[in-house]
Structure formats: structure tokens, C-alpha cells
Design a protein around this ligand. Sequence first.
Ligand code: SF4
Length: 335
Amino acid sequence: MYELKDKIIIEEIKNKKARRILIQLPEGLKKEANKIVKYIEENTEAKTFISGESCWGGCDLSLEEAKFLNVDLIIHFGHAPFFKPNFPVVYVESRYNTDITKLVESSLKNLGSYNKVGLVASVQHIHQLEKIKEILEKNNKEAIIPDKKGRAFYKGHILGCEYTGSKLIQEKVDCFLVLGNKFHSLGLALSVDKKVILIDPINEEIHDLDFEKKKVTLKRLELIEKARNAHTFGIIVSMKSGQQNFSVAENIKKKLEEDEKEAFILTMNNITNDQLVNFYNIDLFVNTSCPRISIEDTYQFDKPIINYTELLIALDELKFDQEKNSIIIAPYGVE
Ligand code: SF4
């Protein structure tokens, strides 16, 4: 059901006269790696390497590996562009093609009396938004697709860390309908003050995100409280190409020191409990990289880990009530 645009890949390689290529695939598409390499090598003169590193988003370009391998092109599968790299990259987004009519019609029960619906999707499903809009309109609902804002690459496009377009229309809608998965819809639920309903075309399911939002928010508040009482902080700066936030890290280190706390800046690529566990003397970690690591993986860490905006609440620089639409998933990115 995934469409990977193989002819376009070959044309791009030939147009760019690429001789050495690095392939990057998200986890769900790594099983296609050998087929892709064979296809490229049968149809072009290029030598092809596969990056075995994790690849969670368009933020995660393997620029260092590309330099090490002396490649002249990265082909990055599964995500839309996130930032402008100073290296040639071809993005091959995948599209999930399936008939969603029945699922959308079933979601009308969940929408109930909500008549104005904000419509958004993750990149795999973005091509289906107009079709959903049509179905909703036939059923006397008004559908609004938000403009492309921030790091979104398309109108109505959401990422795990980008909901600006949705926030800007939230006063005009009664609820949001997301075409995607739990990850994207939870991010939206944590970022807006409206009900969020997920249509998941892959698992053919519909979910209301209210319960999950409440559970995650309570956990975040508990961690913010821990940050108020912590003394020694580790501020994490990611080395991933699109997740570097060094000036934010320096800024919060300064704020913590002014508050008579100790703070150290730690650099790393992958942020896991194994990476952090030996920093025995650190009470709490502040993550300035992908904000979803602190949220999705929170129970995997022995020590508390929060996002930098949550630290600002602990330091009384942001108020939870006033900022509840943006504290957890905050805008951030490449410097
Ligand atoms: S920073 Fe995290 S949520 Fe944002 S695009 Fe990258 S992996 Fe996804």
C-alpha cells in the first residue's frame, strides 16, 4: 500500500550525476533497503550505501556519515524536508494508499455535534485530506485545513513537533480530525485546547485522544515539580543535524546558574537511558532536542527528563495555565 516513486529516484540520481549515494530509511521502511539498493544499482552506475542508524524524521539527516563515505547524494526516505541542509538530499516521501471512505464515515459518530472540524495529516496520508473534506462536507460538516506553517511542508501537514498551523485555526473549529497515528495525534492533543480524534488508516481504527492527553499532562506536571526541587541539571544537546539547539542549552544553563543550581551541557546523538545512566550526580535532564523523546520515552529513563519549555515553567518563567497550548511540544530546531 506504500508508494515509493522508484522512477523519480532514478531520474534524480541521473540528473544530479550522483556516483556514490547514502540511503536513509525510517525504521518501518528499513525492510525495503535491499530492494532499493538493487533497483538503484541495476538502473544507474551509482554505488549505494545504507545507513543503519535510526532515522525518525526529516530532522535526522546523516550528514556526518555522508561526509565519511564521501557520497555525493543522500536519498532520504519517508519524510518531507525539515530544514535546508548544505548537502544534496533527495527526499522520497512515502504515501499510504487505501480507501478511507468507510473509516471517515464511521468517524462521524465520534464527531457528534462538532460541526467545524480542523483537518490535518502526517505526510504518509496528506494526499487524502481533500477527500476527507469532501466526505465531511457531504455530511453537513465544515472542514478547515490549516495553512503550511513552521516546519510543516504542506497545507494541513503535522509533524511530531510542529502544530503551529493547527494552533492558529483552533479558535475557528470545534475539534480536530487527524489522519495518521497515535504519535502525531497525541502531539496535536497536547498542543491545542480542542478535542482531537484520530483516524488511523493503517490499523483501521478511530481514537479519541482525551484520556491519553490527560495522562501525559499529569506526568509532565509531576516532572516539572521534580525540576523545581532538583539541584544538578544535565542539559542535553543533540548532535543530530536538524535537532541542534546549542544556544537554547547555553541560555537555560545561565538561567539555572542564576537560580543557584548546577548545570552541565551534555552532547549526544541518540538519547537513551543507557547514555544517561552513568551520570550519577545529575538529578534531572533537560532535553533541547526532539521534544517527543522526553514524552514518549519518559518511563524508559531512570532519572526525570523534561523539555526545555517545561524547565521554564519550573523556573516560573512560563505559566502552565497561560502557556498550556505550547509548553509540552515547543517550537525548536536547527540553529
Ligand atoms: S524533532 Fe522529533 S518530532 Fe520533530 S521531526 Fe524530528 S523526530 Fe519528528
